[in-house]
Design a protein around this ligand. Structure first.
Ligand code: ADP
Length: 415
């Protein structure tokens, strides 16, 4: 567009000069009338061509808009493919390009506005100012509190395009998920240390007592050694559960390939737990069912059903029943429409409604004291959840206070 206008003006000016030449020639030529007419025509045509076009006048009036079109279309297309928010600024600090990912955090119409009208974070604006003034590239962290706390990092750098011209790039990374994961990990380490510290403190305390005033008290020694053994057992279980959880998590992206008879797995798991149900007079009843083959890992599924049946014993009703039922179900849509389900039903005190969604969180317990008394680590259901994730399965929990609980595992049926 600009090249065509300049060419037309050049032709126009040349035409004006020729026109003038011909008019002067009127006075010396033998055909003055003819020369005068041609001269006048060329003069008018030249003046018309030399005049700026209407479109050029419009563009000149909207100079800022023209800046944005100075970014080559191909470059805009490439930058548009970047799925992180990205702004490109000219040297006046005006946004000449904002990719669509940026619309999630800035309003959709940030182009042509000054950066200070788009982003109100002083740290980033100051970094842009420094880079505009020739400073090196910078990384700036910032956050937003509304509507929920989010964490971002902006990378501000000067960039020179191949086609010429320099721009300031402001690339924004949303670090919220990363920060939350770090917080969760820090919480987890703090929780795990706390869980280990409690039994450790008890064992250390009893060692001191046995060395001190209970040194010669045989009865007290027996009692304390018994408690120390329970606490040492608790630490051992906790370490076992922590290791299981880590191992399962590491392997979670890797789905199992074997086929397992889930009815046999449940029978084996229940057989191991029989002695734990006896002291409370709890009967474990497993529904008679032909084999049901699911896609899965036998050891991991054994752990799932051991944890669920053990919980049903720990939190079930003394002299009551723990029942295990099986069935098959068709899921609407999804990758694995044929599902096998196994329900573990107890007659215990049940679970408050608001606690149900939190049960699979690590170290979450409805009643911490009760869980500890029953030898719980607070990790059993977290382990179940991760194993089921790996198996592309699902856990459904139904319970109401006073009405017992039903934990149902859904697993893809083997083809
Ligand atoms: P824990 O080692 O404490 O049993 P879990 O992760 O296995 O840890 O379970 C978490 C919490 O869920 C338990 O502390 C308990 O409060 C609750 N819970 C689990 N299973 C049952 C159940 N069958 N009936 C009642 N509450 C249960």
């Amino acid at each position: 567009m600009g090249g065509t206008g300049a060419r037309a003006r050049f032709v126009g000016i040349a035409t004006v000069i020729i026109g003038f030449g011909l008019i002067i020639a009127v006075f010396e030529s033998m055909a003055p009338a003819m020369a005068a007419v041609i001269g006048m025509v060329l003069l008018s045509l030249g003046m018309f061509l030399a005049m700026p076009r209407e479109s050029e006048r419009r563009n000149a009036a909207a100079a800022p808009a023209q800046e944005s079109s100075t970014m080559p279309v191909a470059t805009r297309k490439v930058l548009e493919c970047i799925d992180e928010p990205l702004l490109v600024l000219d040297f006046a600090g005006r946004v000449v390009f904002a990719n669509s990912a940026s619309h999630a955090i800035f309003s959709g119409d940030s182009e042509r506005k000054h950066i200070s009208a788009v982003l109100r974070t002083p740290e980033v604006l100051e970094a842009v100012e420094r880079v505009l003034n020739g400073g090196p590239a910078e990384n700036v962290s910032f956050g937003s509190l509304v509507p929920v706390q989010r964490y971002y990092r902006a990378y501000v750098a000067r960039n020179t395009m191949e086609a010429g011209g320099s721009f300031i790039l402001v690339q924004i990374r949303d670090l919220t998920a990363l920060r939350r994961a770090e917080e969760l990990r820090a919480d987890f380490v703090a929780n795990a240390s706390h869980e280990l510290r409690t039994p450790l403190a008890a064992v250390s305390g009893f060692i001191d007592t046995l060395r001190g005033h209970a040194k010669d008290d045989a009865e007290a020694r027996e009692r304390f050694l018994e408690i120390m053994s329970i606490e040492a057992g608790r630490m051992g279980r906790l370490i076992d559960d922590l290791l299981s959880l880590t191992r399962i998590e590491l392997n979670e992206h890797n789905p199992p390939i074997g086929a397992v008879d889930v009815v046999a797995v449940v029978r084996d798991a229940a057989a191991v737990l029989g002695p734990l149900a006896e002291p409370d007079g709890i009967t474990i009843r497993i529904a008679a069912h032909e084999s049901l083959r699911v896609v899965g890992d036998s050891d991991e599924l054994t752990q799932v059903f051991q944890n669920l049946i053990h919980n049903a014993i720990k939190y079930g009703r003394a002299r009551g029943e723990v029942r295990v039922n099986f069935g098959a179900a068709e899921l609407q849509g999804g990758r694995n429409p044929r599902q096998i389900f196994v329900s573990v039903v107890d007659q215990g005190e049940g679970i408050p409604r608001e606690a149900i969604p939190r049960l699979t969180e690590r170290f979450y317990r409805v009643d911490v004291k009760r869980s500890r008394e029953r030898g719980g680590t607070g990790l059993g259901l977290a382990i179940v959840k991760h194993i089921l994730n790996r198996h592309q399965g699902r856990l459904a929990i139904e319970s109401a206070p006073g009405e017992g609980s039903t934990f149902t595992v859904f697993l893809p049926a083997a083809p």
